[in-house]
Design a protein around this ligand. Sequence first.
Ligand SMILES: Cc1cc2nc3c(=O)[nH]c(=O)nc-3n(C[C@H](O)[C@H](O)[C@H](O)COP(=O)(O)O)c2cc1C
Length: 172
Amino acid sequence: MDFKELMTARYSVRKLSDRPVSEEQIESILEAARVAPTAVNKQPFKIFVLRTPQAIKHAAECCRFDFIASAQVVFVIGAKKEEAWVRPSDGHNFAEVDASIAATHMMLEIANLGLGATWVGHFDAEKLKGFFHQTRDYELICMFGVGYPADDSEPNPRHFQYKDMKDLVERL
Ligand SMILES: Cc1cc2nc3c(=O)[nH]c(=O)nc-3n(C[C@H](O)[C@H](O)[C@H](O)COP(=O)(O)O)c2cc1C
């Protein structure tokens, strides 16, 4: 797939199969995050990799989505404000922007590998921090439960509801 095909083909996969995901695939997803652009290249993020059944179960207990429990690997992406560039003119801290760019790189590489995931923002971050103390000092941005899409996985109807270009773009 070329890049445009990949962007169009990607969708939030909410039904995963039990086919294993290799360590090489995980490394490739992590490498996609590592090379992502960040403000002043500060890279103020950390990716927590949950690979054991117990760790994945804990992640699933922090949200209401079955597809996290059935993932082969769960990534939690955290942003660290103290390490981020701050825009002098208004004090805007770019940690969450940077972490989200890295997460987006991961999401596209997941699709590029033929795997699936959904960006999950709706979870109990404090509960997750209780399970994994290493995440305590981070703003937890999202989690991805990754696996091969189930044979009958399909996009949610919301996937197709794009705004018109005229509503998204204003030429000044
Ligand atoms: C910041 C963010 C938070 C999201 N949180 C959730 C979530 O908690 N649960 C969920 O099922 N999907 C979540 N999604 C997925 C969106 O619902 C999905 O990307 C959107 O509906 C477009 O569909 P598509 O990804 O299939 O193109 C989130 C996406 C983003 C970017």
